[in-house]
Design a protein around this ligand. Structure first.
Ligand code: GRF
Length: 225
């Protein structure tokens, strides 16, 4: 069956780092036309980052934010991308209020901990996972949420649990969470393309179908038998 690309969801990905989440979106969605998602462009917060190289490898147009670029630059770049969804995949800058307004309900972020804990200004990279371990939390995991005017604050779309092990340091925990990010983010983007959830007027997310597929939170295997 041929796919009508005009009906697929165009996505703009904003990244500041190595872009492994971008790669997951490329591998699981962009390169699989039947998922109905294509990456229209990648916006890098600076030159020389891995995410921009990954875009080039797949001939995805990319833009590097010029030093001192203002809100208008971001608004124009996103508007000209013809995207229907903006994904922040390791984007470290605060999105200016005008861009939040323009893309409300159509701009999402992935954070490597279970919000509303362990988020906010300065909570990025290894610091997040060190904070989880220092707090003695036993479960962590990624959160995908809509973007609003405050860091890591918007309505939660989906989360997935990842255990914190006794032997973990921040790096080990970061690696375990990142593997799950690479599954959760493409799943959420594919769900957005199917119109499976939306941001409601009450500021919360409504799902029209279960947000996880064929998975069981099985703490004690066979306990019910
Ligand atoms: C991820 O842990 C993501 O949750 C956070 O930044 C990291 C980006 O990693 N927002 P990568 O650039 O996708 O490899």
């Amino acid at each position: 069956m041929s796919i009508d690309v005009s009906e697929s969801l165009g996505v703009a990905v904003l990244a500041s780092g190595s872009g492994t989440n971008l790669q997951a979106l490329i591998d699981k969605l962009h390169l699989v036309p039947e998922r109905g998602v294509r990456i229209q462009c990648v916006v890098g917060s600076k030159a020389g980052i891995g995410a921009v190289d990954r875009a080039a490898e797949h001939r995805i147009p990319s833009h590097v934010m010029p030093a001192g670029a203002d809100e208008t630059w971001l608004l124009d770049t996103l508007e000209s991308s013809n995207a229907g969804l903006v994904v922040l995949a390791g984007w470290l800058k605060l999105i200016p209020p005008g861009a939040v307004r323009a893309w409300r309900g159509r701009m999402i972020n992935i954070h490597p901990a279970l919000l509303p804990s362990f988020g906010g200004p300065g909570m990025y990279g290894r610091r997040v996972h060190d904070a989880v371990i220092n707090a003695g939390a036993r479960i962590s995991g990624p959160t995908v949420h809509f973007v609003d005017e405050i860091y890591d604050n918007g309505a939660i779309i989906a989360q997935w649990p990842v255990p914190v092990l006794e032997s973990d340091d921040g790096e080990a925990l970061a690696g375990r969470v990142l593997k799950v990010e690479h599954r959760l983010l493409p799943a959420v983007v594919a769900s957005f393309a199917r119109n499976s959830f939306e941001l409601g007027g009450d500021g919360r997310v409504t799902w029209k179908e279960p947000w996880f597929e064929h998975e069981v939170f099985d703490l004690i295997p066979n306990a019910s038998q």
